[in-house]
Design a protein around this ligand. Structure first.
Ligand SMILES: Cc1cc2nc3c(=O)[nH]c(=O)nc-3n(C[C@H](O)[C@H](O)[C@H](O)COP(=O)(O)OP(=O)(O)OC[C@H]3O[C@@H](n4cnc5c(N)ncnc54)[C@H](O)[C@@H]3O)c2cc1C
Length: 402
């Protein structure tokens, strides 16, 4: 990291200089130009500001011996031993990253009565599975889980730690990262690694208007969380490979101020994330009743219906069916977008779909940049024609609108 120094004596036009910051982060306090909390560290003032007024100063870092941090680790997210599929997706990505830098893949699995479930990971290409099996870890409680995670990282010293962007992961990863005074990038949509073992953590920033490449060059490990359905899970191999090591931490480190009195299991309903086929309604749909066309196509294809943000905000589609940066991330086999422009905030939630078909009247719509097949046309003509071509499906998941 670093900071910006302002050379007050070099300021020529006191008022005009404030305009160099697009975020209004420059203010006069007691006649001194200062940087306020609105600063985004974009360094535009350093690059484009008047000569010599703004200077970027790198903070001194102790530096880290990167050679001592070896391996790509994945936190195994689970509920009573049932492994969350995001874990397998992360293992797939971990294998890819590890192969690039010649490291090994580790999985850390903490819980109670999980030994058998842990063995399954040896069929997924993990080199080393580390199991912390203790009754105190039966339910997720932040203090003991963090203590175990910390123990694992201290022993293994992995260079990279990947955690699923689940409710548990979003709580556990930042707390553990803080213990090591290292960085964490939440909700990465792409990950790559450099020869130096620096992780290239890529995610939308500034409201999705740019894709930021975030690095943690001076600290280890490098923490990243990734949502479900961003990466692909590896094929399960029939043969088990790798090692499984049972580990323990002292009992006093498993103490918690939280006592779990009862667990009430919520009824699980298949979410949008699990749909194999999705039809998306965009603002090209003029009114709520016109969604009947979308539902008719969905019924033909056993598909779920989803919406872009404007359609959700209009209240035409359930809010849990919004796809995108502030909605769900999906990876269906087929997605058909109807009257969707392809804003980056929407595309970030669906561009990993196996097959994307876009229907839009505007041949220049950016959705066509990610679509495998594009239909330039009016959805009011295309959808009825498609529905007419398709035989009714045996099983209808969503009722068509009356
Ligand atoms: C921080 C932030 C987060 C956001 N998160 C999300 C998110 O999670 N999900 C999301 O969707 N958006 C999100 N947005 C909003 C996003 O930027 C876009 O505004 C939104 O995705 C646009 O939705 P749309 O494509 O339906 O509408 P528009 O952009 O208005 O596009 C409508 C499209 O329909 C086409 N069209 C019009 N009539 C027809 C017709 N008869 N037949 C065929 N095509 C037709 C037009 O050519 C146009 O391309 C977010 C924005 C911000 C700032």
């Amino acid at each position: 990291m670093g900071h910006i120094i302002i050379h007050q004596d070099r300021i020529k036009d006191a008022e005009a200089i404030k305009a160099f910051c697009p975020f209004n982060a420059l203010d006069y306090v007691n006649e001194y130009l200062e940087i306020n909390a609105a600063c985004k560290m974009c360094k535009l003032c350093v690059k484009k500001g008047p000569d010599g007024v703004f200077e970027w100063c790198e903070d001194e870092t102790e530096g880290v011996d990167k050679a001592k941090w070896q391996g790509v680790a994945v936190y195994v997210d689970h509920l009573e031993g049932a492994i969350h599929p995001v874990t397998l997706e992360l293992i797939g990505k971990a294998r890819e990253l590890a192969a690039k830098i010649g490291h090994e893949v580790h999985a850390v699995f903490m819980g109670s009565g999980i030994r058998h479930a842990a063995e399954e990971l040896l069929h997924c290409g993990v080199d080393h599975v580390h199991v912390y099996d203790d009754p105190a870890l039966k339910h997720f409680r932040i203090e003991p889980y963090t203590a175990v995670f910390e123990d694992f990282i201290t022993r293994i010293q992995p260079s990279i730690v990947l955690v699923g962007g689940t409710t548990v992961g979003r709580s556990l990863a930042p707390r553990t990262a803080a213990r090591f005074r290292t960085g964490l990038t939440a909700d990465c949509t792409f990950l790559d690694v450099q020869e130096s073992t620096d992780l290239d953590q890529i995610r939308p920033a500034f409201g999705g208007n740019i894709m930021a490449h975030i690095f943690t060059p001076h600290h280890r490990p490098q923490f990243a969380t990734v949502r479900y359905k961003i990466f692909s899970a590896p094929e399960r191999s029939e043969t088990a490979t790798g090692t499984l090591t049972e580990r323990t931490v002292p009992a006093d480190r498993l103490k918690s101020g939280i006592e779990v009195l009862e667990v009430r299991v919520k009824e699980v309903t298949a979410g949008l994330e699990d749909a194999e086929v999705i039809i998306v309604a965009g603002r090209g749909v003029k009114k709520a009743s016109d969604l009947a066309m979308i539902h008719a196509l969905a019924a033909r294809l056993n598909a779920k219906v989803a919406g872009t943000r404007p359609v959700i905000e209009a209240g035409w589609v359930d809010a849990r069916k919004q796809i995108g940066l502030s909605g769900r991330t999906v990876k269906p086999r087929l997605i058909i977008t109807c009257g969707v422009s392809g804003a980056i905030q929407f595309v970030a939630g669906m561009n990993n779909a196996d097959c994307i078909i876009a229907i839009n009247t505007d041949p220049k719509a950016t959705i066509f940049n990610v679509a495998h097949y594009g239909i330039v046309g009016d959805l009011y003509e295309v959808l009825p024609a498609l529905v007419a071509c398709l035989a009714p499906a045996a099983e209808v998941l969503e009722p068509a609108f009356a």
